[in-house]
Design a binder for this molecule. Structure first.
Ligand code: MRU
Length: 340
């Protein structure tokens, strides 16, 4: 199912803050609405953010009152700055803006042709992401065996992408091949992407899933109740994988218990010009920690630290599955020397 669609100047996408209790479709018609949806995680997940970034520029082009191509490009650049400003860690947001801007700037044509090129490039990003996730699923499914119980953290599913998912794409592909697998989903405090989104989509698809709180992972690994871990990524740099806060802990635990730890992500999530120390980790509002949903659970005026992501060093990563291949630890050296 497509998670983001372009319909005559309007972007249609589920409001992920309402799931799983309400299924509400957002109708985004302005760059400001797109920026708000990204900031508040109504739209979330690195690959979906890449597509949303592209569609944000498509909206800017569609609504533009520019009378010349340079004016249009200036408006698109301004929209790109607004979109990039919303969240700092997932590289796909930046990649999506830059890809569309580069396409428009390299297109020779009339104003209308440039507008059409903007919208077409955004649609191409979405179409390609959908196809890439199916390829990731197929590639990664060779790592999944009949009878596996697989732990995942956060939501790297259909909802985090244009279609099918990355980590959950691998799980879906294995399931579609008839492998009898089970999933354990970390709830993923503070915003509960695991509890709200991952179990929602797996349950809907009939894939057996059990929800745990984040602090149960060590215990279930020790008891032998999980034999593989697979997560998505928000940015893969030369020496680390950035993903939802808590991923690093899960990776260290998997290492300690000799459980393979796999990462699934498209190449649009690779940022091989950077190292872990170069990357800004988003820090979010303290309310996300002092409250569960709308319910306050901590005293007033308490100091809070709320980083949204962490970096898992590559030494803990058993393989990285992308749309073209699986990278194993012996391949990671190439990350330091070339842009993939
Ligand atoms: O803050 P979010 O919900 O946008 O973060 C998304 C994640 O970190 C997911 O874990 C995911 O693996 C990356 S997107 C497939």
């Amino acid at each position: 199912m497509r998670m983001i669609k372009w319909q005559n100047g309007t972007v249609l996408t589920p409001d992920q803050t309402k799931l799983p209790l309400q299924e509400v479709t957002l109708e985004i018609k302005t760059v400001e609405q797109m920026a708000e949806a990204i900031k508040t995680l109504r739209i979330r997940g690195a690959p979906l953010l890449g597509a949303a970034a592209g569609f944000g520029l498509a909206i800017a082009a569609y609504n533009s009152q520019a009378t010349t191509p340079p004016q249009l490009i200036a408006e698109l650049e301004a929209a790109g700055i607004v979109i990039k400003h919303q969240r700092p860690t997932a590289v796909n947001l930046f990649w999506g803006v830059d890809r569309v801007l580069n396409k428009v700037k390299s297109t020779q044509g009339t104003l209308e042709e440039l507008k059409a090129a903007t919208i077409l490039e955004a649609q191409l990003i979405a179409d390609e992401d959908a196809a890439q996730n199916h390829a990731i699923g197929k590639n990664g499914s060779v790592l999944i065996d009949d009878g596996d119980t697989i732990l995942t953290h956060c939501n790297a599913g259909e909802l985090a992408t244009v279609e099918y998912g990355t980590a959950l794409g691998v799980i879906r592909a294995a399931w579609e091949q008839g492998k009898k697998i089970k999933v354990i989903a970390d709830e993923t405090r503070p915003l509960l992407q695991g509890a709200r989104l991952t179990v929602y989509e797996l349950k809907r698809d009939g894939i057996p899933v059990t929800l745990i709180t984040d602090n149960m992972a060590a215990y279930i690994m020790k008891k032998g109740l999980v034999n593989k871990v697979i997560v998505g990524a928000d940015r893969i740099v030369q020496d680390a994988v950035f993903n939802k806060i808590g991923t690093y802990g899960v990776a260290v635990l998997a290492h300690e218990h000799n459980i393979p730890f796999y990462v699934a992500a498209p190449k649009s999530t690779f940022d091989l010009t950077s190292k872990a120390d170069d990357i800004t980790i988003e820090e979010r509002n303290s309310d996300e920690v002092t409250h569960v949903g709308c319910q306050q659970t901590a005293p007033n005026n308490i100091a809070v630290y709320n980083p949204a992501f962490d970096a898992t060093p590559l030494k803990y990563v058993s393989a990285i599955i992308c749309e073209t291949q699986i990278y194993y630890p012996q391949d990671y050296q190439t990350f330091k020397t070339k842009q993939q």
